[in-house]
Design a protein around this ligand. Sequence first.
Ligand code: MET
Length: 269
Amino acid sequence: VVVVIIAIAAFFGLNHKAGASKTANKTVNIGIMTGTKQDDSIWKAVSKTAKDKYGITLKFTHFTDYTQPNTALKNGDIDLNAFQHYAFLNDWNKANNGTLVAIGDTVISPIGVYSKTLKNLSDIKEGGTIAVPNDASNESRALYVLKSAGLIKLDVSGTSLATVKDITSNPKKLVVKELDASQTARALDSVDAAVINNNYAVTAGLKQSDAIYTEPVNKDSQQWINIIVANKKDKNNTLYKDVVKAYESPATKKAIEKAYPDKSTIPAW
Ligand code: MET
């Protein structure tokens, strides 16, 4: 009898252990934009908190352009993604009949205007060309930046999406060249100026201090807060909520401030 009891106890003991290690082996795959040293250092800090505090292993899938990560999330190739702001997500859901949801806030990175030839954006010559991202939210954002720099006027305001059709005044007859966001930095050799999202600027080796104009942060900037996004069915998934908690931690804040001492990317939770 004793032997049997020991055997049963051993069985349950082992089983219990196996169960424990199974729950401890929690892995979450997050889609992010392809590595900049800065972002990698931030995600390294998040990974450490996720592991130490929540027993979660973070795996990353890297993307090179903005069109892939939401499709990959929708298809279940990744569990979460963290590359876009609220305005991009809203637009994507509308355009794709999507049901992706934001489950956490990460950072805000003002968009910048860069140039290889100009010192001041206002010095751009008549008929000059400016490259802008061509997805709806970032193109609108770029147009508002050109408006804020005093180059054009728009017939929309606040957080309404602007397109080139909304340009009501363009005294310098500037040509707006719409390009995939991933190509705006590369275009710098062939245009007078380009409006470049932070991740592509950083990847191209540009610093915010190199920008000839930087987007002002004001009451309309909420829409540019970057987010951690999940499928709607996972909205209340506690594992993913713990990933958000790991991101929105003091250690991450420190890592962001260390990676971006120029404050070109700042914590936004
Ligand atoms: N990190 C980018 C930005 O804040 C995200 C653009 S939306 C895909 O400009």
